[in-house]
Write a protein that binds this ligand. Structure first.
Ligand code: ATP
Length: 321
């Protein structure tokens, strides 16, 4: 069963969600996660769940705790307190079982530069106990899907985009059902970045579950079913983009109009002119009605009205660092 963005996650309780109706465990159940580094609360009492088949985005300003949370989910660091089940397995008590179904992409692709891609993927595939035949089949599929043609070259000769693709291939070599990606498109050119976003969407269509962080909030808006906002280690909210808009944003209206003299409109709102047309922003419907009445009363004409939802970037700005 897949849970839709509307009911799949929210911040009503911040508590674990248990199992979904067909008995399939949720992919992540985190309860009361905290992490301290030398007295600094990098994460403070974070509880959430992520359902199978969802992409869950973690956003927040620098130092908010995104990488710390992703590393805990991936079993790379232990929480100071709290528990986390990944695919039903406690990542601290039973890391091997959890990690078999988990692929991790770190923020920076630290690869073995003297290896070829083939040797590199074989090395990691064997760590997961895969046969050479299985690894070879997966390698061919992944290189084709990622449009990567290494041509027998050593990884050290690769561009940044190619290195990121190799790191993604490594995260998928054991065909995990759950992926933890830290800034998957960070530092990449727009073309490669777009390619990776499309590839992530394809992974979701193959029922992979993913938790990722990104500073590019447009990408998070585009691909995530569920978004967690972290601020200085605290979870401010978690929900679909619509739920976050309901909570942190308001719809605004841009009115485009023509008028012989914009003065009366400028007396009640800020007016700008662009491409031969005036425009102004109304914060709500009553303000919009007031402005359009003034336009009509002064021989003006409303050409069009556009509604504008706040972007994640605008919401994050409002929440502050
Ligand atoms: P960014 O967007 O800059 O990557 P982030 O949201 O991923 O930041 P984290 O890297 O998780 O944030 O860091 C959260 C806080 O914990 C920061 O104040 C950071 O300085 C601190 N921190 C992270 N790792 C360590 C560590 N190993 N030792 C001490 N402090 C750490």
């Amino acid at each position: 069963m897949r849970v839709s963005a509307q009911d799949g996650c929210n911040d009503k309780s911040f508590h674990i969600r248990g199992t979904i109706t067909d008995g399939t465990p949720t992919m992540i159940q985190a309860n009361g996660l905290s992490k301290q580094y030398n007295g600094l609360n990098a994460l403070d009492n974070i509880s959430f769940s992520c359902e199978k088949g969802q992409i869950c985005g973690i956003i927040g300003h620098n130092g908010a705790g995104k990488t710390t949370l992703l590393k805990i989910i991936a079993g790379l660091i232990r929480p100071t307190s709290g528990t986390i089940l990944v695919n039903g397995h406690d990542i601290v008590a039973d890391p091997m079982a959890a990690k078999n179904s988990l692929g991790y992409l770190p923020e920076e692709s630290r690869l073995y530069d003297t290896m070829t891609v083939h040797d590199y993927l074989t090395f990691f595939g064997q760590l997961y106990g895969l046969s050479k035949e299985t690894i070879s089949g997966r390698e061919s599929q992944l290189l084709a899907a990622l449009e990567l043609n290494p041509d027998g070259k050593k990884i050290g000769n690769f561009s940044k985009g190619m290195r990121r693709k190799v790191a993604i291939a490594r995260s998928l070599i054991h065909d995990p059902s759950f992926l933890v990606y830290d800034e998957p498109t960070s530092g990449l050119d727009p073309m490669t970045s777009r390619f990776i976003i499309e590839y992530i969407k394809e992974l979701r269509s193959r029922d992979k579950t993913m938790v990722l962080s990104a500073h590019n909030l447009f990408q998070i808006e585009e691909i995530c079913d569920c978004i967690m906002i972290l601020k200085r280690g605290q979870m401010i909210a978690m929900g679909s983009i619509q739920e976050l808009r309901d909570r942190f944003g308001t719809l605004t209206y841009t009115i485009y109009f023509t008028i012989p003299d914009p003065g009366p409109v400028a007396a009640i709102a800020s007016v700008n002119r662009d491409a031969g047309m005036f425009h102004t922003i109304a914060a709500d419907i009553p303000e919009m009605n007031a402005i359009t009445s003034v336009i009509s009363a002064h021989e003006g004409r409303v050409e069009r009205i556009e509604s504008h939802y706040p972007t994640l970037e605008e919401m994050l700005f409002k929440i502050g660092s």
